[in-house]
Design a protein around this ligand. Structure first.
Ligand code: FES
Ligand SMILES: [Fe+2]
Length: 360
């Protein structure tokens, strides 16, 4: 990998080729820590949500014993999906033949199975997936051998310790279907250079592209710092206790491959990415506010305004990413030079190359 000063983008094939995407599934997405939920989305015992984790249906369940677990959402009988969407249950009863699982994934009942020799319902349990709660995020890893998440991102945690990320709650969720490679989205999230383009009327006047910076990282993560054009104290901000260098600033943090969150002094946007093929993804943007804001009279109005602003900005990004995707798929397209302002992309590219080429 070249030093940043002489670095290039990844080649178009890294975004386009189905075989490279298949390798990413195997070497990156099925071995990395992925954000599956916020704890506040399943606050009560029995609460659950479901999602497709790069091809594996999973249930994130707040057990009646208080433990949060991530487990396969596929019935052990003939593989029907046990649940979809969200809800609150003490038992997950399969819609096909009514096998019922408790909130730990143990099989609690299997009707009309008398006579099935050696079948012991008590020994059956839905496959469990490694999970860790980090700063309110429920992180999951399909690799049972994966190194724990928290130690890898200690520097990232420390950088935002003042924000009480664990105390933030999802106030609104916006969903987008897009026809690009997942890295197009993550790279767009990681640089503020493009403020002078798609966000010329919105972000650029408040967060100048030229002022953005990316600190060194000692793990698989990046932070983009966007200081305010006019530094100011934020006496009315919903997040209090920030350093002067944090007040009024916007950050874009990524724990590779795709935990993306953007803290600022009124909350945080969490970009939850679900890649489905080399050229398709679903994105959920969760607009998060500090939990104490729920007590405010105008909480709903604050949440609506934050969601409307986030949607406006993301539509500016969608337009840019659409242009990038049309260009990336063209036969004459080659690698391009990176700007020093794109340091976070360079950081992630090095991680990506290492993960894709490591012997294992
Ligand atoms: S597939 Fe679930 S009970 Fe038969
Ligand atoms: Fe943007």
């Amino acid at each position: 990998m070249q030093p940043l000063e002489s670095a290039w983008t990844l080649p178009p094939a890294a975004y386009l080729r189905d075989d490279i995407y298949a390798l990413e599934l195997e070497r990156i997405f099925r071995r990395s820590w992925l954000a599956v939920a916020r704890l506040d989305q399943i606050p009560e015992p029995g609460d659950f949500l479901t999602l497709d984790l790069v091809g594996q249906p999973v249930m994130v369940v707040h057990g009646v014993d208080g433990e949060v677990r991530v487990m396969s959402g596929v019935c052990l009988h003939r593989a029907a999906l046990l649940a979809e969407g969200t809800g609150r249950r003490k038992l997950f009863t399969c819609p096909y033949h009514s096998w019922a699982y408790d909130t730990t994934g143990a099989l609690a009942a299997a009707p009309l199975m008398e006579g099935a020799e050696g079948f012991e319902p008590g020994a059956c349990r839905l496959p469990q997936i490694r999970a860790e709660v980090w700063e309110g995020f429920v992180m999951a890893n399909l690799d049972p051998e994966a190194a724990p998440f928290a130690p890898q991102v200690e520097g990232l945690r420390a950088a935002f310790a003042n924000y009480d990320l664990a105390g933030m709650v999802v106030a609104r969720t916006l969903t987008y279907e897009s026809g690009w490679n997942w890295k197009v989205l993550v790279e767009n999230f990681m640089e503020a250079y493009h403020h002078i383009g798609p966000h010329a009327q919105t972000f650029e006047p408040v967060f100048h592209a030229r002022d953005s910076s990316v600190p060194d990282a000692d793990g698989p993560w990046s932070i983009l710092r966007m200081p305010p054009a006019e530094p100011h104290a934020s006496p009315d901000a919903l997040v209090q206790g920030l350093d002067p260098s944090q007040q009024g600033a916007l950050f874009a943090a990524v724990a590779y491959p795709h935990l993306m969150f953007a803290p600022h002094d009124n909350g945080m946007a969490w970009y939850q990415l679900f890649p489905s093929s080399a050229g398709r993804l679903t994105l959920k943007v969760h607009v998060c506010l500090p939990g104490h804001a729920r007590a405010l009279d105008d909480y709903e109005a604050i949440a609506d305004a934050a969601a409307a602003f986030t949607d406006h900005i993301h539509r500016e990004d969608i337009a840019a990413n659409d242009l990038v995707w049309r260009g990336l798929t063209a036969p004459m397209t080659r690698q391009g030079r990176l700007s020093p302002l794109e340091r976070a992309i360079w950081q992630m590219n090095q991680w990506w190359l290492g993960a894709m080429t490591a012997p294992r």
